[in-house]
Design a protein around this ligand. Structure first.
Ligand SMILES: [Zn+2]
Length: 197
């Protein structure tokens, strides 16, 4: 952040957003070969979540974790290639199940009250689909710790060195968000010995 963030105009915000944003990374459809296993898991999880004709799964080639995503009108579900290196199979299952829930949300135009945002809803649906709270929470934490490093690096590149206080605030804000999501996951009732629902 610059010294004069108090006087930021919308124009400056736009400039900052441009500086922070990455160019769109190349993506490719997951059809066969090295991603077969991932595609099988994706289809299996879609069936568990009762999602017919799940959108194509695409891998986004990116050195960043960023976020996986179920885009707009669910044209596809995108997983960043960096996630494939960072996460175990169980944690990846959870990521796929989470994004599939966003597909269901978008298809049903479901709205969420303030006590439950779409992220918590997707986390809960994912843990029910995979039946693995531990992997869900570990995966979330791994992604969060990569993301905070990436955010700090990008901000320093755009705005110069951040102060200790600024870095601490970023980390604390993220920890608070992570705590909300982790608690939502812990509170899911799973049926003993298997999947919930
Ligand atoms: Zn999400």
């Amino acid at each position: 952040m610059g010294q004069e963030t108090d006087q930021s105009t919308p124009d400056e915000f736009a400039k900052a957003a441009r500086c922070m944003s990455e160019p769109p990374p190349p993506r490719h459809n997951v059809e066969s070969g090295e991603y077969n296993h991932l595609l099988e898991r994706y289809k299996a999880l879609a069936a568990i979540e009762h999602i017919d004709n799940p959108p194509p799964l695409v891998i986004v080639e990116s050195p960043f974790v960023g976020q996986s995503g179920a885009n707009g009108t669910t044209k596809n579900v995108a997983i960043r290639s960096r996630l494939l290196q960072l996460l175990t199979d169980a944690e990846l299952d959870d990521t796929l199940a989470h994004e599939l829930r966003h597909v269901a949300q978008q298809r049903s135009n479901q709205s969420f009250d303030s006590s439950e945002g779409s992220e918590e809803d997707a986390d809960k649906a994912a843990v029910i689909a995979t039946g693995n709270k531990e992997a869900t929470i570990t995966g979330l934490n791994k992604i969060a710790s990569e993301q905070i490093k990436e955010v700090i690096a990008k901000m320093e590149k755009c705005f110069g060195d951040l102060s200790e206080e600024q870095i601490e605030k970023l980390i604390n804000d993220q920890k608070a968000f992570l705590k909300i999501r982790t608690n939502a996951i812990k509170n899911v009732d799973l049926l003993p010995g298997g999947q919930g629902r």
